[in-house]
Ligand binder design. Sequence first.
Ligand code: S3P
Length: 170
Amino acid sequence: MSRHRRRLLYLTGFMGSGKSTVGALVAGRLHWPFIDLDATIEAGQGVTIRDIFENAGEAFFRELERAALVEISKTEPAVIALGGGTMAQPMNLDLIREAGGATVWLDSPVEELRRRCEGMHNRPLFRDAASFHRLYQERLPYYRLADYRVATAGLSPEEVAERVLELKIF
Ligand code: S3P
């Protein structure tokens, strides 16, 4: 881990794992800027992620995601919340590693994730329980590539943030 500059922290994990909420809390505690990748894409395009998926498709979204990741990775120090699919694009993980970033996987039980995402309408890849579980299984091998894992089951966002801060990253 010595190759990490340790001042660029990327949070990964499935939809609903709390990357944005926890990321903002961790950044606040460190007095570092917080950058949300999805919000950066939405601000850049002036439309929602859902609109991008519906009007231009996932492949185009992945291009925007990649370009935004390149840009935000130039900010240091920073805590960055990735999208749930960002690390599933191998080129993105290469970029994160080249940037010297440390990656933390917020690992939440799939049932908890599903409960959190149900009723939210801003997640184009959340369709039904079966496809949600399938996508979760497909994503696990990529999240396991993260440098650190924090199990979030039953913890509040503040408690998860505390666990992240306790990691031997900084
Ligand atoms: C996606 C997750 C979303 C967002 C987009 C695609 C994914 O981010 O980037 O809808 O592929 O899992 P969140 O994990 O923040 O919901």
